[in-house]
Design a binder for this molecule. Structure first.
Ligand code: UD1
Length: 412
């Protein structure tokens, strides 16, 4: 499938089940590389192309991987020595591949990993990852698009302050600290719930970590880690996508396996717009019967602020508000690629610096639009659901990175 054709105009009704979180499964499966004994087993693993890419990367490093699509389980046996080099082929396909740097380095004392380039949403540098490795004692050489990390005598714990709470840098440095000598204190870490999920898995492997869900982590290094079992947390961005799709189409949808505590910012903003939201244990019901919603101001920020991955999606909802909404993107510098496509559908949006000014109330018109990245693609699908006529979303390989059967779930 290379396009999604949408004939919108119908309110969404019914139930939708949310899969395991893409942004949790990638770092968690990678952290299973730290286990020199035993096999790790994961439950609730979504059948996504990004999971396939990380599995292929791990296999290329000499790890045994077994994914059962029906049962949504994935087994990782990393007990053999790891290959020390991660190719550009994998890192260029998916930036999260750079997370293999820490496990290869701490286990093999040397790692050569391709530097991730820029991508559609911004330049995405890695200097915070490298600063962490360097302060733990690694010698770093950048050469011909690769980073070589050396730590012949292993790493030693210290205090590391992150200039920005980068999700990936926090994950990479947590993994390295778990097998460093002595105590590491990480200050100004990212606090995304997916990091909490990763820490919970690392603790099951034998890691000694305290301070989870705060901005400061204390990690006591251990000699070795072992395989463990873990159920991946629900995907809060997939949940957000169906919640917004329900509200935008004036529908009534029960989003199952969705946790309010992971989506407080989104629920607050949707309620501010006038959407009715009922929160129960592990499920969220979204109803909307208003002809017009209220405008809002949104600023993306590190957790617990409004998640940048939901920015394009909530923008579609603001198109239904009477008045001007503003959305300010502070996390990535180039995350408004969907705006051009939404404009082609008749949306009135103006970009000023890092903010988008959205004048709601104009009816969208279906046309052909292109998904420029994963969440931009999801936004265009929702736009198609509320547009007049037919919308064709192309380039949907991006959507398959993060959504299992989106067309089937929406059809139902
Ligand atoms: C992760 C998520 C992504 C989400 C992002 C922010 C995964 C697989 N991906 O990406 O969906 O949008 O968090 O919540 O979990 N930065 C630096 N230097 C660094 C590292 C990052 O300047 O060393 C900057 C980046 O350029 C970007 C910002 O920090 O502008 C956020 O990046 P980061 O938090 O690292 O995001 P990722 O881990 O790449």
């Amino acid at each position: 499938m290379n396009k999604i054709v949408i004939k919108g105009g119908k309110p969404l009704r019914g139930e939708v089940y949310i899969e395991g979180a893409k942004n949790a499964v990638l770092p968690i499966v990678t952290s299973a590389l730290l286990a020199t004994e035993g096999v790790s087993k994961f439950y609730n693993v979504p059948n996504l192309s990004d999971v396939k890419i990380i599995s292929e990367l791990l296999t290329s490093l000499g790890v045994k991987i077994n994914y059962n699509k029906e049962e949504k389980t994935l087994e990782v046996d990393a007990t053999n020595p790891l290959k020390k080099e991660a190719d550009f082929e994998f890192v260029s396909k998916m930036r999260a591949s750079f997370l293999v740097a820490a496990p290869i380095l701490v286990r093999e004392k040397f790692a050569k990993v391709a530097m991730p380039g820029g991508c559609a949403i911004g330049s995405r540098p890695i200097e915070q990852h490298l600063k962490g490795f360097s302060l733990l004692g690694a010698n770093i050489i950048k050469d011909a698009g690769y980073v070589e990390l050396k730590a012949e005598k292993g790493l030693t714990g210290t205090t590391i302050f992150f200039d920005f709470p980068s999700v990936g840098a926090t994950q990479n440095v947590i993994m390295a600290s778990c097998l460093s000598k002595g105590k590491t204190i990480l200050v100004n870490v990212a606090q995304e719930p997916e990091i909490g999920d990763m820490i919970s898995f690392l603790k099951k492997m034998g890691a000694k970590i305290s301070g989870e869900n705060t901005s400061c982590l204390v990690i006591e290094g251990v000699e070795k880690l072992h395989g463990a079992e873990h159920t991946i947390m629900p995907d809060r961005v997939e949940a957000a996508t169906y919640m917004i799709a329900a509200a935008a189409t004036k529908g009534n949808v029960l989003v199952k396996n969705a946790r309010y505590e992971d989506n407080v910012a989104l629920v607050s903003k949707m309620r501010e717009m006038g959407v009715q939201i009922e929160v129960n244990k592990n499920e969220i019901r979204v109803k909307n019967d208003r002809d017009y919603l209220l405008p809002i101001d949104v600023k993306t920020l590190p957790h617990p602020g409004f998640l940048t991955d939901m920015q394009s999606i909530i923008m579609v909802l603001t198109l239904l508000a009477k008045g001007v909404s503003t959305i300010t993107e502070t996390v990535f510098e180039n995350r408004f690629m969907h705006v051009e496509e939404l404009r082609r559908m008749n949306a009135k949006i103006r970009i000023e610096g890092r903010s988008a000014l959205i004048e709601g109330g104009e009816k969208l018109e279906g046309t052909s639009v292109k998904a420029t990245d994963l969440r931009a693609g999801a936004a265009l699908v929702i736009a198609g659901l509320i547009a007049n006529g037919q919308t064709v979303v192309t380039n949907i390989k991006h959507i398959d990175r993060g959504y299992v059967n989106i067309e089937e779930k929406l059809r139902k």
